[in-house]
Design a protein around this ligand. Structure first.
Ligand code: MLT
Length: 245
């Protein structure tokens, strides 16, 4: 297995497709997706365009769908939900499909949707993602941070580092054998420095600060937890993820 980390979707190569690609948006899209699927959501369907989301979800039975729209950290008016994982209770999401569009996370998933295996990861479901990698042993793996509008996000690279760190610990591979690019080494170093204070790291992150200004303190706390959800969001068809438990 060779692992490559890209800090943003824009940095991924355009002339190749890996066997496995993993989108990361710790704050908050992939945390929300893992939460919905762990709580019994039927599937998550991602859109970069809000109008497309509305048009396609309109064809779905009303009682079987939830529409989530987020821009700039805030809920889009007229949508059922914004992008807070804390709103996604089992009572609300069970048996329903989440149609979701967010500023960066859903774009990252769309960018990697041609890979053979497509996963969504966050700190909350890191162990389930690592377990899948160890079982399937894909030849090439990309972990793609969602970033913020094309620029680096501290929390996504730290989570990519958490995945790589755990693969090194649990496999017979050394860091040198696993790393396909320099970003892997730096992401593992970032995670290693902050692993005992991930909430502190989220408070330092620029999007963390944006969410704090929007009074989302509890979201940061929730998103900073590691390995609390035993769920693997895996793409079933382009743009549609289901939860493997
Ligand atoms: C995104 O996709 O940029 C985020 O998930 C934004 C958010 O925190 O809602």
């Amino acid at each position: 297995m060779k692992l490559f980390i890209y800090h943003t979707p824009e940095l991924t190569p355009t002339d190749e497709v890996p066997e496995c690609a993993i989108a990361v948006d710790v704050l908050r899209a992939t945390t929300t997706m893992a939460t919905v699927l762990a709580a019994g959501g039927e599937a998550v369907q991602v859109f970069s365009d809000l109008d497309q989301l509305l048009a396609l979800s309109e064809k779905w039975p009303g009682e079987k769908r939830l529409r989530a729209g987020e821009r700039g950290g805030s809920k889009v008016p007229g949508f059922d939900l914004g992008n807070s994982p804390l709103d996604c209770t089992p009572e609300l999401v069970q048996g329903r499909r989440l149609f979701i569009s967010t500023t960066n996370g859903t774009r990252a998933l769309q960018k990697i949707q041609n890979a053979k295996i497509v996963l969504a990861a966050a700190f909350v479901n890191r162990a389930a993602v690592v377990q899948h990698l160890l079982e399937k042993q894909p030849e090439t793996v990309w972990i793609v941070g969602s970033g913020w509008e094309g620029s680096f996000s501290l929390e996504d690279t730290a989570c990519a580092g958490a995945i790589a760190h755990s693969v090194v610990q649990q496999s017979k591979l050394s860091q040198d054998e696993l790393a396909g690019n320099d970003e892997v080494v730096s992401a593992i170093a970032l995670y290693s420095q902050w692993q005992d204070n991930l909430l502190g790291l989220l408070h330092l992150a620029s999007h963390g600060k944006r969410l704090l200004r929007l009074n989302c303190d509890q979201d940061l706390k929730y998103c900073s937890q590691t390995d609390i959800l035993d769920v693997l969001p895996i793409q079933q068809e382009p743009g549609v993820l289901i939860g493997k438990k």
